[in-house]
Design a protein around this ligand. Structure first.
Ligand SMILES: [Zn+2]
Length: 239
C-alpha cells in the first residue's frame, strides 16, 4: 500500500467489532471495566506505523473518556490475536483503576494519569537499564518497555491466559475457561505507585505536549495524505 494511503488509514483506522464470545471474555475477565468506553481498530494509528508494537491501548485524543485499542493485524479467535487482546485489555483495566477513562475519568487526550505514569516509569526504567553493566545499548529501549512496571502484570496475565487458551478455543463461550482458571478473573490491576518525581514530571510534561500537539499533527498528516491521494483507498477500508 502506498505511503499516502497508509497515512490516511492511520488517521481514520478501520473499526473492528469483537464477536459475542470475545466481548463476553473481556467482560468476565475484567468485570469492573466500563467496556462501552473502549473501541477497537484493525490497524495502527499513523504515529505508530513504524513501531515494533503489534497492538496498543491509547487514549482517544479528543475526549477524556474513551480508550482505543489498535491492532497491527487481527484474526479473531486465534492464539496470537486473542492473547494480544487480553494483554491490551489489561491496560484498559489499569486505565480504569487510575481514573483515566469513562465518566469518572479525569484528563483530556493523552493527559491522563495512565499516560503520565506510563511515560514516567518508562523513563525511569530506561535510565536504570542504561546504567546497568552488560546491557546491550541497542536493547535498552526494548528492556525498558518489557520490564516496565505496568507491562509486567499485563504480560503475566496474558501468559496465564495463553496457558489456558485451549479451554477457551474449544468451547462456545468462556464459562469453561473461567472454571478451569478462576484466577483469570481480575478486578483490580494494583496500579503502580507514582514514578520517581523527576520521571513523573518529565512524563507529565510530555503527556501535556502530546495532548496539545497531536490535533495539530493530525491535521497536517491529513493534509499530506489528501494531497497525495490517500483517500483513494477509501472503498477498500470497508471490508
Ligand atoms: Zn502492554
Amino acid at each position: 500500500m502506498q505511503f499516502a494511503q497508509k497515512l490516511y488509514k492511520g488517521i481514520f483506522p478501520q473499526r473492528l467489532k469483537l464477536d459475542q464470545k470475545e466481548q463476553e471474555l473481556l467482560q468476565k475477565m475484567y468485570p469492573t471495566v466500563d467496556w462501552e468506553y473502549v473501541r477497537y481498530y484493525r490497524n495502527m494509528p499513523w504515529y505508530m506505523l513504524k513501531s515494533f508494537a503489534i497492538a496498543t491501548a491509547l487514549p482517544h485524543s479528543y475526549s477524556g473518556k474513551y480508550i482505543n485499542i489498535y491492532f497491527k493485524s487481527y484474526k479473531p479467535n486465534t492464539f496470537i490475536s486473542t492473547c494480544t487482546l487480553v494483554h491490551e485489555a489489561f491496560h484498559v483495566l489499569q486505565y480504569e483503576d487510575m481514573a483515566s477513562m469513562n465518566k469518572k475519568g479525569w484528563g483530556l487526550g493523552f493527559f491522563r494519569r495512565f499516560i503520565r505514569y506510563y511515560l514516567g516509569w518508562y523513563f525511569a526504567k530506561w535510565v536504570q537499564t542504561f546504567l546497568k553493566k552488560g546491557v546491550n545499548r541497542k536493547e535498552v529501549g526494548y528492556q525498558a518497555y518489557r520490564y516496565h512496571e505496568m507491562e509486567i502484570p499485563a504480560y503475566d496475565h496474558e501468559s496465564i491466559f495463553g496457558e489456558n487458551f485451549h479451554h477457551y478455543r474449544n468451547a462456545d463461550d468462556s464459562s469453561y475457561l473461567f472454571q478451569q482458571a478462576p484466577k483469570l478473573v481480575i478486578k483490580n490491576s494494583n496500579s503502580p505507585k507514582r514514578p520517581p518525581i523527576w520521571a513523573w514530571l518529565l512524563g507529565s510534561i510530555i503527556a501535556l505536549v502530546l495532548t496539545i500537539v497531536k490535533p495539530i499533527a493530525d491535521c497536517l498528516i491529513l493534509i499530506i495524505a489528501l494531497l497525495f491521494g490517500g483517500w483513494r483507498e477509501d472503498k477498500t477500508l470497508i471490508r
